[in-house]
Design a protein around this ligand. Structure first.
Ligand SMILES: Nc1ncnc2c1ncn2[C@@H]1O[C@H](COP(=O)(O)OP(=O)(O)OP(=O)(O)O)[C@@H](O)[C@H]1O
Ligand SMILES: [Mg+2]
Length: 456
């Protein structure tokens, strides 16, 4: 494998600055901050690798053929059915590039689309490419999601490898975003969805906001955008910060436009890093979004030498409440990629809620929780019986340093707020009856179980 080199920049202050260089060899990946960037006091490319501590020492990631997890997050996940990846590979093909699967393909995708994505870091082949990308700050004009674009998207959704030409002619390559559900990063009018779209902003344009547009794969997950929307509403009622969102239809397909919270009011990027990127950077046993446990997140938050969040106590309370809310709403999908930290230094905290969709409505996703907590379903500390849900929540609260009384107060509050969930599920218009019944049954069962623990 040839050695590779690229550069990382950021426009976090509004003025593009070079952060450093990335070198990848057969043995490892190394990132090195520039002296000017170290002196700037700005946040590094990951919370785990602060320039204050690393200075100009190389940040080495020792998994051959892989990039630092925060950098890997700029590339849509491998997988034959990943829409974002297919679309970008289509662009490469159109340019005569067909890299071999594996690191070659990842690298080509990183060079093509590793900029303008989620968070504040932008990767380019070299400094000239960075400068020319930032030089063109002028936002592309807004244009209606025309029927033809809509139908191209629908074709893409159906076949995934049809010609992407129409889409690309209209928008050009848009930056990339991870996750399993087909989605695109776009901008829309600041007043909200009106059917007009453009590429994401690169600078300040007060008339626009940036969005993640997620399409509903209606065959596999009918009604998904509607239950994602309901879950946002319920999390907002429970006091969580949630982004604005709009349900819409594109070329006949249901979709949901969600305002991006990794951009500030002036369009400047804010650091946003998933708990997966944080944990995988330092632990060899964290390789997928469902490895580890919620306690591992709490332990990382508590690590004295690492500042992940400004307020550790508040972060752990948030984590507890998110897990309980996920249980009560039948989310079943609160994995390490669906929890992120936004900001840096004292200003870092868990991000607003995203991807709260109650996936347990669909039988293939019907699991209580994708990652463990409080030894649920396992032996607790060498004990002889399997830990039940109530006991697991007590253990979890204890492991987070929460008093049991406080934890039960949180649970009671969320029980009250979700009491009418089954009726709200019933009132949905696009979620088919079979899925409504499954989700209602799960919600009722969880409500009864948690109510009885709190009462006992
Ligand atoms: N409103 C938002 N603002 C900023 N970033 C966002 C927002 N919504 C999603 N993201 C980012 O995009 C990624 C993918 O979004 P999301 O989790 O909604 O997709 P998904 O395909 O449903 O994911 P999964 O693989 O968990 O099913 C998230 O992990 C997060 O990094
Ligand atoms: Mg997700």
């Amino acid at each position: 494998m040839p050695d590779r080199q690229s550069v990382m920049w950021s426009r976090i202050t509004g003025e593009p600055v070079k952060m450093g260089s990335l070198y990848v060899t057969e043995r490892n990946a190394r990132f090195q901050y520039t002296p000017d960037f170290v002196a700037s006091g700005l946040p590094g490319f990951s919370l785990v690798y602060p320039p204050r501590i690393y200075a100009e020492r190389p940040v080495v990631y020792r998994q051959p053929g892989m990039l630092h997890p925060r950098i890997q997050a700029l590339i849509p996940p491998a997988g034959a059915q990943n829409f974002q990846r297919k679309m970008l590979l289509g662009i490469l093909r159109a340019r005569g590039q067909t890299p071999a699967p594996g690191i070659d393909e990842d690298w080509a995708l990183l060079m093509l689309a590793g900029h303008g994505g989620i968070g504040h870091i932008d990767v380019f082949a070299d400094d000239d490419e960075a400068r020319s990308w930032y030089a063109d700050m002028q936002p592309a004009p807004l244009m209606p999601v025309s029927d033809s674009l809509g139908s191209t998207l629908r074709d893409l959704m159906t076949w995934l490898d049809v010609d992407t030409a129409n889409l690309l002619r209209t928008l050009g390559p848009t930056p990339t975003v991870g996750g399993a559900i087909p989605k695109m990063l776009l901008s829309i009018p600041a007043t909200g969805w009106n059917g007009e779209i453009s590429t994401p902003r690169k600078g300040n344009d007060p008339g626009r906001i940036d969005i993640v547009l997620k399409f509903e794969p209606s065959h596999a997950y009918p009604g998904m955008t509607e239950i994602e929307s309901l879950a946002y509403t319920m999390h907002a009622e429970a006091g969580f910060d949630v982004p604005r969102h709009w349900r819409c239809r594109i070329g006949g397909m249901p979709a949901i436009a969600i305002e991006r919270f990794d951009r500030d009011a002036n369009g400047l990027p804010l650091p946003l890093e998933s708990c997966f990127a944080v944990l995988a950077a330092g632990a060899a046993d964290i390789n997928t979004h469902i490895d580890g446990s919620y306690e591992r997140i709490a332990r990382a938050i508590d690590t004295p030498s690492l500042q992940l969040v400004g307020n550790r106590r508040e972060a752990k309370q948030h984590l507890f409440r998110r897990v309980v809310m996920a249980l009560l709403t039948g989310n079943g999908d609160l994995h390490l990629g669906n929890l992120s930290i936004r900001g840096w230094g004292e200003g870092a905290h868990f991000s607003p809620v995203y991807d709260p969709t109650p996936m347990r409505a669909y039988s293939r996703h019907n699991m209580l929780c994708p990652i463990p907590f409080g030894d649920y379903g396992d032996y607790h500390r060498g004990g002889r019986h399997i830990t039940g849900l109530g006991e697991a929540l007590i253990n979890f609260a204890h492991n987070l340093g929460l008093q049991q009384q406080k934890a039960w107060q949180y649970v009671s509050g969320l029980l009250q707020l979700t009491a009418d969930y089954p009726e709200r599920i019933d009132a949905l218009e696009t979620l088919p009856g079979e899925h409504k019944e499954r989700l209602k049954a799960i919600a009722r069962k969880m409500h009864t179980a948690l109510s009885s623990f709190v009462a006992s």
